[in-house]
Design a binder for this molecule. Structure first.
Ligand SMILES: Nc1ncnc2c1ncn2[C@@H]1O[C@H](COP(=O)(O)OP(=O)(O)OP(=O)(O)O)[C@@H](O)[C@H]1O
Length: 365
């Protein structure tokens, strides 16, 4: 997929304009607080209509303006297409190819992008829930039915946990636990299988990117850490059986703690650089390179599974990277359309082929 043109009106601090990026690497350059991330966010908004910064719709509208509107012309699914989103108050009006849509979710299957922002460093720096969220959201983006499995799992987990709290006070309720166990086992086994399959694909691509970014010095690995002894290659039935055995063994603990202590919601993925846990041992630059590799790998897997290369949006990636790693991002990713924000003049000068957009006080030149 390639963006051919982006038009914005009253969007955050950006001056109204139409910009036409190149097919390869586009550098968005400027000092702090000029509107670089705002521009990157505008490219992202067509992936379902939500900001990657978690902003509310009305925060996207330029101060004192009645509405904001974004329009994109892009090449995707072998043809030129258009989409627009108008934000007014907390409502959005979405059109795809001049046809009004009920929800911005309709954009998901048409337009695809992967974004890296500094908050994604939490993928390595923080606890297991960040990594589960990353894997689960990637899986859910691929198929609606994956999202259904995850939502059923979470719903049943909440219901089982409420029951566990009640059992503490009313032990006679324990026999009703199996009502929730059946659904949790089934959806948990499917979810774990999907995650493992996804991680195997992701690891292969991420290791290639990390090897490239680090100039061939570092080996990246990702391991699924299961609380139920599930292993790569297990069938759904085998994972189901392991989950069943784990639930049986941890039932007393679950009742004592008033929550489900093991299962897909407690699993993790360990990220290793040269065999060592990246969270504990990697430098800032190595952690940043690893997260970038994961994000680029996410884009590669998405393009293999959906048959469409997503655009890649990289916000503030250059800091903490040495010039060889920066060179990789600026000059070796040109088989995709890439947008990279940066503040350093030297990054602009490093770009061999591509387009540079200067952003100064919301004005793009
Ligand atoms: N709804 C809005 N209307 C007008 N201005 C806004 C709105 N939302 C944010 N801004 C302003 O946009 C400015 C630019 O923000 P942006 O995050 O794009 O900066 P940046 O160029 O990426 O800077 P940095 O390099 O520091 O990350 C900020 O000063 C912010 O106050």
């Amino acid at each position: 997929m390639k963006v051919l043109a982006l038009k914005f009106e009253n969007y955050r601090n950006l001056d109204d304009a139409i910009i036409t990026p190149c097919d390869g690497v586009n550098v968005i350059y400027g000092d702090n607080a000029q509107g670089k991330t705002n521009l990157l966010e505008a490219f992202w908004m067509f992936c379902g209509g939500h900001s990657f910064r978690g902003s509310k719709d009305n925060e996207l509208i330029g101060f004192g303006k009645p509405f904001a509107k974004l329009e994109v012309r892009f090449f995707g699914q072998d043809r030129e297409q258009t989409a627009s989103i108008k934000f007014k108050g907390n409502k959005k009006q979405v059109e795809i190819n001049s046809v009004a849509k009920n929800s911005a979710a309709a954009l998901i299957e048409k337009y695809c992008a992967v974004v890296f922002s500094p908050e994604h460093l939490n993928l390595i720096k923080r606890g297991p829930s960040e990594r589960r969220k990353f894997i689960d959201s990637a899986i859910c983006r691929e198929k609606l039915k994956n999202a259904v499995v995850l939502s059923k799992y979470n719903r049943t987990l909440n219901q089982r946990n409420s029951l566990l709290k009640d059992i503490y006070r009313h032990p006679e309720l324990e026999e009703t636990l199996s009502i929730w166990d059946n659904s949790l086992l089934l959806n948990g086994a499917i979810l774990i299988k999907q995650r493992m399959e996804y991680l195997q694909m992701l690891e292969k691509r991420a290791a290639e990117y990390h090897f490239g970014i680090s100039g061939g010095k570092e080996q990246l690995e990702i391991r699924y850490l299961s609380t139920t002894n599930a292993e790569y290659g297990d069938s759904i039935e085998q994972i189901h059986q392991k989950l069943y055995e784990t639930f049986e063994q941890s039932r007393a603990d679950d009742i004592r703690n008033g929550c489900t202590t093991k299962g897909a919601h407690r699993d993790d993925a360990e990220i290793l650089i040269n065999g060592k846990n990246a969270r504990l041992y990697a430098s800032q630059g190595q952690q940043r390179s690893a997260v970038l590799s994961l994000k680029l790998a996410e884009a590669a897997v998405l393009s293999e599974r959906m048959g469409e290369k997503p655009i890649i949006l990289l916000d503030d990636v250059m800091s903490e990277l040495d010039s060889k790693r920066q060179d990789f991002l600026l000059n070796k990713l040109d088989d995709c359309q890439v947008f990279i924000t940066c503040c350093e003049q030297s990054n602009k000068e490093q770009l061999k082929h591509g387009k540079i957009f200067n952003v100064c006080n919301g004005v793009i030149s």
